[in-house]
Design a binder for this molecule. Structure first.
Ligand code: ADP
Length: 484
């Protein structure tokens, strides 16, 4: 191991099953650094038995946890938040080592991840029920909120920390337990959260982190009648599979799936602001987020100027190991990601697109890729319909507002969307017309703990963050009080 951490206990080569830590002992799943190919360490390769053990432990622990007051639960979450912030640098180092994003972004993700613990600690005490005026003089209609119970989470590699807290914080705030399977590519960020959760005083068994074969663990989670909710962030393909597997036990589902975000720049936009917003939205995490701009539609009057300004700014940004100062573009996560990116570029150029910047693998080798800008992009190219998940900005030209809206909505996905305009009437009109769960108007960044994150259509179900995020981990119980 090459990381020098202030708190080395955070990089634990183990999994947490119920109340016991299971060590990898140098075997199991090897975790590599995508910037160097070095093995960082191992986590155990666990299966059905350990998943079942974790679910059983969660079932026991959840009953006690639900009986605590909201304030007591909030205090533990708040303590976990403080520990995260105290260990922000180490957590960021671990994240960059296993995921590749620049350290500055990793530090940002830890802050963002921690914000969910803080927010849901606050929200825990505001899980209000209600009393509705009665239909009969001798009855009262009362509704209370209760935790859904044992939950299971499956999380991806692109936000190895924040995708955990965005699920775990509302779950624990509500009074639920959680069995988590993190991505096999980035498990150390998850395990570190388990170490801190224990230190914060989260009761044993309430939070398990099971590493191992995804299909086996997911199969046990979805088949279990004890698990009342599955919360998943990842591909639409796997999300649909989990949805199907969960049908037999009628679970609640939270699905944060793929996106294909449109980013529209109208003639009346502040062009410099639009360029900055496009860079933020397109290239964050090297284009590997589900809210990254995937299709950039620019109105004819500003098309050339936008392309020029974008290329000029992006060409000055550094590609490199995320651990080095000044890096803006880290490596892609793996070879499959490189293949998809180069496939999209080849497909586009073979159908007439021009490469304005980049277009090839980076000379650093490995999974480093040149940030790429394409012009002359049309709807028959793969970039128009598929999520690229890499540093490719395809620029489509349009003339009318209606044409841009129609093109933006012509996808099975509906997660994030963005547009730039200084016309207030247009801002309302277009916001309402976009068939998406989230719309950024004159901004390339919408994610924040206070707001509901989520999509429509094939982008998923439910919302995470905001006050809505707590609701998704609670059931409403109606109590009809009679004989009054
Ligand atoms: P991505 O393409 O972004 O890696 P995936 O949907 O493949 O997205 O992965 C997201 C998470 O889903 C990861 O934790 C992965 O291990 C998990 N996963 C993959 N296949 C399955 C499966 N068959 N059942 C349950 N989880 C799965």
């Amino acid at each position: 191991m090459t990381l020098s951490l202030k708190n080395p206990a955070l990089l634990r080569e183990a999994a947490l099953v119920g109340s016991r830590w299971i060590d990898a002992d140098g075997a199991g799943i090897a975790v590599t650094n995508p910037a160097t190919g070095d093995v960082i360490g191992h986590v155990p390769d666990l299966g059905a038995d350990e998943t079942q053990e974790a679910i059983s432990a969660a079932e026991v622990a959840q009953k006690d946890w639900a009986k605590k007051t909201a304030k007591q639960r909030a205090d533990v979450l708040r303590c976990w938040f403080d520990l995260m912030m105290a260990n922000q640098e180490d957590l960021a180092q671990i994240l960059t080592a296993e995921q590749g994003k620049p350290l500055a972004e990793a530090r940002g993700e830890i802050g963002y991840g921690a914000s969910f613990l803080e927010w849901f600690a606050e929200e825990a005490r505001r899980a209000y029920g209600d009393v509705t005026p009665t239909n009969t003089p001798d009855k009262r209609i009362v509704c209370i909120k209760q935790p859904v119970g044992v939950t299971a989470a499956i999380t991806p590699w692109n936000f190895p920390n924040a995708m955990i807290t965005r699920k775990a914080a509302p779950a624990f705030a509500a009074g639920c337990a959680m069995v988590l399977k993190p991505s096999e590519l980035t498990p150390f960020s998850a395990i570190a959260m388990g170490v801190l959760a224990e230190e914060a005083g989260l009761p044993a068994g309430l939070f398990s982190i099971v590493t191992g074969d995804a299909a086996t663990i997911g199969g046990v989670m979805t088949a279990s009648p004890v698990v009342r909710k599955i919360t998943f962030t990842g591909s639409t393909r796997v999300g649909a599979m989990l949805y199907e597997q969960s049908a037999k036990t009628i679970k609640k589902l939270g699905l944060e799936l793929g996106g294909n975000a449109p980013f529209i720049v109208f003639d009346d936009a502040d062009l410099d602001a639009a360029v900055d917003g496009a860079i933020l939205s397109k290239f964050r995490n090297n284009g590997q987020t589900c809210v990254c701009a995937n299709r950039i539609y620019v109105q004819a009057g500003v098309y050339e100027a936008f392309a020029e300004k974008l290329a000029e700014k992006v060409s000055g940004l550094k590609v490199g190991n995320g651990a080095e100062d000044g890096t803006v573009f880290g490596p892609l996560i793996n070879d499959a990601a490189v293949k998809k990116v180069s496939g999209h570029i080849q497909d586009a150029t073979s159908k007439g697109a021009q490469v304005v910047l980049g277009g090839n693998a980076h000379e650093m080798g490995g999974t480093f890729y040149q940030p790429t800008i394409l012009t002359g992009v049309t709807s028959d190219m793969a970039v128009a319909t598929e999520e690229t998940f890499g540093p490719v900005a395809p620029l489509f030209k349009f003339t009318e507002e209606a044409e841009a809206i129609e093109a933006a909505n012509a996808t099975e996905f509906g997660l994030a969307s963005y547009f730039y305009s200084r016309d207030i009437a247009r801002a309302w009109r277009v916001s309402e017309a976009l068939d998406y769960g989230m719309v950024g108007v004159n901004t390339g960044h919408v994610s924040t703990t206070e707001a509901p994150f989520g999509g429509v259509k094939s982008s998923g179900l439910g919302r995470e963050g905001g006050r809505q995020g707590l609701d998704d981990f609670m059931e409403t119980k109606y109590i009809c009080m009679g004989g009054i």
